[in-house]
Design a protein around this ligand. Structure first.
Ligand SMILES: Nc1nc2c(ncn2[C@@H]2O[C@H](COP(=O)(O)OP(=O)(O)OP(=O)(O)O)[C@@H](O)[C@H]2O)c(=O)[nH]1
Ligand SMILES: [Mg+2]
Length: 300
């Protein structure tokens, strides 16, 4: 009926900061998910579609597994689990530069429970560029013991090592079926959300300590600009405290300006148009624990 075409969903699970979003961007060859050096960057599932000869893989980037400390965290963990339950394959990603940590066990325990027990699993041991080759084999053994895997592949999203091999092994376990998306579509993200994510990435990257985790961005307007050929975008950057607002704005507005410049450049690349970007910073106390706000922002 479909002449052996393969298609399915591969959910990428793992603790925060192991490189799940980097993997999706690198394997698709396009920036789909934002990446920062801070844990808990990804907050909701993001799809990345990879088309090849006779197959379509829908990679699902998920928030990292960690112990929630607020309602947003609960949503993030739940959303990662839901995506895994609906996937055909689970890619369990770990960080080669450290031995297994409790959050890795948490992922393994989840995979050993309920309907998860039957799912095909591929272990990707990422960041191998960060360790000496002599210790890699031992490190793999430590991770291998977490649960049972169909395949184990050491990779580096930084250098690209073994990424093709990782893709091939996903294809091997894909079920037969028709493609889910047309060939030109690489993600399902709405344009306004994509833009707000880029702004959030820049704001998170330029701030420190507890500030980045309390940042939320909402695009307010996206319309043709006054100057011909320009797009006008206005967005709110929300933070949890007045002191955080001062940090994001910076001395004389310097930091906010930097966020705006970096974000604008990237948005211009995506939209292939000149952009006039206006950013406003607002305080929303404890928004990560406010059901009403989270719901309005699509987290519930
Ligand atoms: N050295 C090295 N760094 C990497 C590699 N892959 C990712 N990184 C870095 O690791 C950090 C985290 O990467 P992300 O892709 O945001 O990790 P994540 O698993 O999506 O994190 P969360 O969204 O917080 O769960 C970033 O600074 C990346 O540049 C790699 O193969 N080697
Ligand atoms: Mg991520």
């Amino acid at each position: 009926m479909n002449s052996g075409f393969k298609s399915g969903f591969a959910a990428i699970l793992g603790k925060p900061n192991v490189g799940k979003s980097s993997f999706i961007n690198r394997i698709i060859g396009k920036k789909i998910a934002i990446v920062t050096s801070k844990p808990q960057t990804t907050r909701r599932r993001i799809l990345g579609v990879l088309n090849g000869a006779g197959y379509q893989i829908v990679f699902v980037d998920t928030p990292g597994f960690y112990k929630p400390r607020h309602i947003l965290g609960e949503y993030m963990l739940e959303s990662a689990k839901e995506e895994a339950k609906e996937a055909d394959i689970v890619i369990f990603m770990v960080d080669a530069s450290t031995p297994p940590l409790p959050e890795d066990n948490h992922v393994a325990e989840f995979l050993a429970s309920g309907s998860q027990k039957k799912i095909k699993r591929i272990l990707l041991v990422n960041k191998i560029d960060r360790i000496e080759p002599e210790i890699l084999a031992g490190r793999i053994e430590e991770y291998k013991a977490l649960t049972n895997f169909e395949e184990i592949i050491p990779i580096s999203c930084l250098t690209g090592e073994n990424l093709e091999k990782a893709g091939d092994s996903v294809v091997k376990y894909l079920p037969e079926g028709f493609p889910f998306f047309p060939p030109e579509q690489t993600t399902d993200l709405d344009e306004k959300i994509q833009i707000s994510e880029i702004i959030r990435e820049k704001a998170m990257s330029l701030s420190r300590q507890e500030v980045p985790h309390g940042i939320m961005v909402e695009v307010e307007e996206l319309k043709p600009g006054k100057k011909p050929g320009y797009i006008y975008i206005s967005a709110y950057i929300y933070v949890e405290k007045e002191s955080h607002k001062k940090i994001i704005v910076g001395k004389g507005g310097e930091r906010l300006k930097q966020v705006g410049t970096l974000a604008r450049k990237e948005i211009e690349e995506i939209l292939e148009k000149k952009v006039y970007l206006e950013l406003w910073v607002k305080v929303k106390p404890d928004w990560r624990d406010r059901e009403d706000i989270l719901k309005a922002w699509g987290f519930r």
